[in-house]
Design a protein around this ligand. Structure first.
Ligand SMILES: *Cc1c(COP(=O)(O)O)cnc(C)c1O
Length: 465
């Protein structure tokens, strides 16, 4: 009986029809994504019950598997690759990159070692050079390719931790933090929660930190940063997740450098602003930091999942993340696992490479500029329709308020249910607001007009009770 299964699977491995079927379903999704509800219908979500079953005793036919995904999975997918998804800071997917990802899926490479995948190793090398160049970082800066900014921040902070302790004569990689002098961590009270998570995982403590207040634009109050020393990790932000605000890197990084402190910049979506000179006022002196985390799957519109850790001191990063094993074959060329926490990884650099190759330097600049312009236009149209948006739109994030806290939250729920567009909410200083993130190359003026109408309708429904 099992022989039958293996024979069948082996035959299917090179059977066009299966892949053609998958392609047909995928194209069906691609072509309908702009017409479907941005948030799946109640019926689609109920349909997910079709996946709840006990592990089948025997294997399932491949076509049946694909059909289940098409019939019940696709309708319940969030239409994030369309033009009217403004939730969290989730980017769109550049076509060349999505298609390249299909090819890479077929290769099914393990990007851990050059000895496992020369192509993954080569593209990581190219992407490292391109990203460092695009972002104007110091030549020779190392890049590691990870799942997202959470993992990137963890890699950057462990490099910082070990580097600072090494200067005090401690080997944290070997001895842990036992007997080591405490590292002082200084960061904004509005730092992203994933940064606190990284600090907690790395034994630096999410609560044992010096929190600095943020100003009305969500930027760290530079004047409140205490004198720095060579025992300090300072974490700054390029793009506050709520306001889109950028810290004042120039003054702060210069001082940190003189004091021998390590500066990590969380630039999950904002670091890409560096691709355009139009944002020089926001990103000036970003290159003075020691490490940077960012996401290609946000503003750059690479498909998920595609995060990057960048570290000026290559060996600080690779020393912190090294491991050994008699079976590991290191090469003279790039071994991707040296730059990340994981060993086995998919070759996500294929998509990153395709994204950058598809956009080019000018396209990357144009993309971040257009996201900003669309956000400014969106904010203008909402204000004209009576919505409250305090302050400027610095980058691609917009904070919208409607009447009191309860009204804002009710309008947000109505928008989310509308299917026309989707936004998430957040709170600043205890006050809830609707957060719009313009993060997809797909978004057009028409998408914004339709979304503004959905906002107005959601408010009317709220008023009507
Ligand atoms: C999204 C985001 C993160 C977390 O990134 P993931 O890719 O979701 O892990 C961290 N910091 C900021 C500012 C973000 O916007």
């Amino acid at each position: 009986m099992h022989n039958k299964l293996w024979n069948q699977l082996r035959a299917q491995a090179t059977d066009d029809a299966i892949y053609e079927q998958a392609k047909e379903y995928a194209l069906d999704y691609i072509k309908s994504v702009d017409d479907r509800g941005v948030w799946p219908s109640d019926q689609a979500i109920e349909g997910l019950a079709n996946f709840s079953e006990d592990l089948p005793e025997t294997g399932t036919d491949t076509y049946e598997i694909l059909k289940l995904l098409h019939e019940y999975g696709s309708p319940a997918a969030t239409a994030q690759t369309g033009g009217r998804y403004f939730g969290f800071v989730n980017g769109g997917a550049i076509p060349a990159a999505l298609a390249a990802k299909w090819i890479a899926d077929v290769w099914d490479q393990n990007a851990a070692l050059n000895a496992m995948s020369p192509i993954a190793s080569a593209l990581e090398d190219v992407c490292e050079k391109w990203v460092v160049d695009l972002l104007g970082l110091p030549p020779g800066t190392a890049a590691g390719f990870v799942g997202g900014s959470s993992a990137a921040a963890l890699c950057g902070i462990v490099a910082a931790r070990n580097h600072l302790l090494r200067k005090k004569g401690c080997n944290a990689a070997k001895d842990g933090l036992f007997g080591a002098p405490p590292i002082r961590v200084v960061l904004s009270e509005e730092a992203h929660s994933t940064v606190f998570k990284a600090l907690s995982i790395l034994g630096l403590g999410s609560g044992r930190v010096k929190l600095i207040a943020a100003d009305s634009q969500g930027r760290i109050k530079s004047e409140q940063i205490p004198p720095l020393d060579d025992n300090t990790l300072l974490i700054l932000q390029a793009g506050n997740v709520n306001t889109g605000g950028f810290d004042d890197f120039g003054a702060i990084c210069q001082k940190a450098r003189e004091a021998g402190a390590w500066v990590h910049i969380d630039g999950a979506f904002g670091l890409w602003a560096k691709a355009s000179e139009k944002f020089d006022h926001l990103t000036k002196s970003i290159e003075l930091a020691d490490s940077w985390s960012c996401d290609a799957h946000k503003t750059l519109n690479a498909p998920y999942d595609c995060g990057i850790i960048l570290c000026k001191d290559r060996s600080a990063l690779t020393d912190a993340l090294q491991m050994e094993g008699s079976y590991i074959i290191y090469s003279e060329k790039r071994d991707g696992m040296l730059y990340t926490m994981e060993m086995s990884r998919r070759a996500r650099c294929v998509e990153l490479w395709a994204t950058l190759k598809s956009l080019g330097r000018s396209g990357a600049a144009g993309l971040v500029e257009s996201l900003h312009q669309k956000a400014v236009y969106f904010a203008k149209r909402l204000r004209e329709n009576g919505f409250s948006i305090p302050g400027d739109v610095f980058f691609n994030q917009i904070n919208v308020y409607v009447g009191d806290d309860d009204e804002t939250q009710r309008v947000l729920r109505n928008i989310q249910r509308s299917g026309v567009c989707w936004c998430s909410g957040a709170k600043r200083q205890g006050k809830p607001f609707i957060r719009i993130s313009v993060c997809s190359y797909r978004t057009t003026c028409d998408d914004i007009e339709r979304s503004v109408k959905a906002f107005t309708k959601a408010r009317d429904e709220m008023t009507a009770g």
